[in-house]
Design a protein around this ligand. Sequence first.
Ligand code: FEO
Length: 170
Amino acid sequence: MISEKINEALNRQINREFYSGYLYMSMSAYLRESGLFGFAQWTKLQASEELEHGEKIFNYLIDRKGRVELEAIQKPEFNFDGPVKLFEFIYNHERSITKSVMSIAEQAEEECDRMTSMFIDWYINEQVEEEYQVHRIIEQLRCFGEDRSSLYLIDKEAGERSSCKCSDRT
Ligand code: FEO
């Protein structure tokens, strides 16, 4: 059995992960409209990953005899004022997700819930990777993004992302 407090925190996290998926889909639409097809593909893949993150918690709660209670998903932003602002938005969003994951880890530790601690460790590692990848794109865009042909190449490289971000690490 899982405690009421951790059950609620995990339900909130399911909502955050599904909202993240919705947000990345909204970004993907914006990027396609802007002709940045590589970034559009990158964000679309990210959207799928976020849904998987939500589903993983969904399954964990059921396995632990918890209660899944899905809440309404808020409307995502849809206007991003260019790729730099968009990736800065992602970075801030992912940092807020890191915070909420860390808070679940702290609660699990307080309650000596070793199973949830181990489960949530995966999310902590995932957040390290996500923040790194997004920051890397922001740095590239800030350095070279003003130049149209460089922007084309950065966008193209982002579009070559495989579903696992780990293999893209350089
Ligand atoms: Fe699943 Fe981007 O956090």
